[in-house]
Design a protein around this ligand. Sequence first.
Ligand code: ADP
Ligand code: MG
Length: 736
Amino acid sequence: MTTGSRPLRRLADVAVGELRHVSEKRAASLEQMGITTVFDLITTYPRRYVDRTRQVDLSDLNVGEEIAIFAEVKKVSSRRTQNGKAMVEATVSDGTDTIKIVFFNQVWRERQLPPGTQAMFFGKVTEYRGARQMTNPVVDVIVGASGVERDPSRVGRVVPIYPASGKAGFTSWEIGGFVEESLRRAGELSDPLEDSLRQRHDLVDRSIAFRGIHAPAELGDVPPARRRLVFDEFLRLQLLLALRRARVERDALGIQHHVSASDIDVPPGGLAAGESSLVRQFLANHRFALTGAQRRALTAIFTDLGSIHPMHRLLQGDVGSGKTVVALTAMLAVIDGGRQAALMAPTEVLAEQHVASLRSDLEGLTLADERVLGGRRPINVLLLSGKLKAPERRRALEAIARGDADIIVGTHALITDDVEYRSLGLVIIDEQHRFGVEQRAALREKGRGSSDERVDPDLLVMTATPIPRTAALMLFGDLDSTILDEMPQGRRPVHTSWARSEEDEAASWQKVRDEVAAGRRAFVVCPLVEGSEKIEAASAVAERDRLEAGELNGLRVGLLHGQMKDVEKEMAMERFRRGDLQVLVATTVIEVGVDVPEATVMVIEDAWRFGIAQLHQLRGRVGRSSLESFCFLFGEPTTPDGNARLEALVKSTDGFYLAEVDLELRGEGTILGSRQRGRSDLKLASLARDKDLLELARDVANELVATSPSLSDHPELIEELRLFVDEEEAAFLFKS
Ligand code: ADP
Ligand code: MG
């Protein structure tokens, strides 16, 4: 660390209003862009750069070329053309020549480009009445025409282009000016990373990095600067995750469940009657044998359960990979020891479905309980539904508090509400996406609240939406991870085709009829309607009526949408499961978890409107048995991304592959979700592009935390991390 230099963290204490050129009014405008401090300013990065030494002279322009030119506005005027269009005409010059720039229906350009403005114009050179011109080019104002900002010394060889905000009224040039003043006044920044570490990983010094990204002398300065700054963004996030994990491991006392890993190896029918663990009894009587992947996952889980450290494990498995039985087996191991297990589902409907299938899977199994006559009783699966009436709810809470309920299923009400467990040993969260780090922490508190001991329950988080490894590192870096990388035997990939013509669609409906005639069932997913669940429901009703009268005439067609009452939904699902209904016309309410093995056809209308992950989930509702299954994607995309999504789905049924494609198409914002704290710190980094740096940051973070568990050797890093967590979290993470 250089003495006399300033920690980056300090810049977050300096308000932008303290800069010379930032008036109160401008400070307010900057705030609209999310910039309130000097730290925010210097972490506002250029979108791209213009190398002025590589600009073509206006005198050398050829008609027909697509090109970027840098020029100053000499004259600007507006008028109406003969056919009434508003036209703005600017004459620009670069000293070698002048050309005309013409804008149609963009009257505001006259105000944007007063004489004296210097700007980049991107567009195609055309010819009009013998003179060269550009029509409707893309414009980046680089130097505005007004006094203060015309500081020609700042127009260097390489001009950074900032994300100028039209709304807040700043040009790229002005923002660049603020950034420049910030950097100049900040002076030399200290570097929290030791020289040796930086050298080892080829990371430039922090001050050099900020200068290189904002004021590169040449374009070649940018990549190493970017490398360092991206690394820092990842490092901060990974440090927080590593600290959280170290903290939990050190503080938390877990439960040492009595489990036996060899129980997992019992095949169906492989057990003589008699005293035996619940897991053995269950597997011996189950209708299928576990896959290798399921056994590997359970081995890891059982090891965690048997250890004194609380488990924090992520179980990733593609749709249909069989996560449920893994969860159930783990729960049995835990309740066999007299403790309780909680299973948390994302919706009430799925919670109910879980209860129904758990009860049927557990039929006939009994649990040791010395409080009852004969010493054994059936396993009690309890649904803690938000819909329970007050007296029912009270009874349910009592059963949980007394320990009469062994497996408790519900939504996040299981943790948010005032539920007291007698002895919560394991919490399983199904379909994680909607549960963040904070909720996971709240869950741990539940175990601590139980009456007989102060311990953390074990935690298993299951996700059905595969996440690319990089995104998983960001979201779940504080969890151990297991992947179910093998489908149950006999499972066949769903034949997926894209019905692009009316003939294709007719053939798809014929397939529905054929399959139904063979005793199978089909889903039809209606187009996604933006805005209102009501309209979406109405369109589902209309589609059902249309199909019943048309393509699916004579079939028993049911309906499932978000506006139906829960009992109606359950009834529809039940009738479909039984085969009373042969076709279910549905909105995306069927997206997660619905399990009807006889369903073999999935028709998705206007498929391109859905995201990849959603399409993959929807398709996962079929192909859930050894029967051959089909998925038909309808519709003609209106966007290139729409095409790419459907092509990806036709090409592959591998959720991890699709997740990677999704990441590439959409960027990480959507995957990480807005809830994810720390996302705001990813200003420069891109998961798709910077995988290697993310892994490097993870390794360095683990290394730092391993040698200094509360980072006490790195006070400057701690100060920096404080910018990204609230006080409570900071107290938890940094106390030594
Ligand atoms: P998901 O991982 O999507 O939650 P499920 O647990 O619902 O998957 O399992 C999908 C289907 O596969 C279910 O019908 C389930 O009974 C069946 N299944 C799970 N594991 C196996 C297995 N080892 N062998 C055969 N079928 C299995
Ligand atoms: Mg599931």
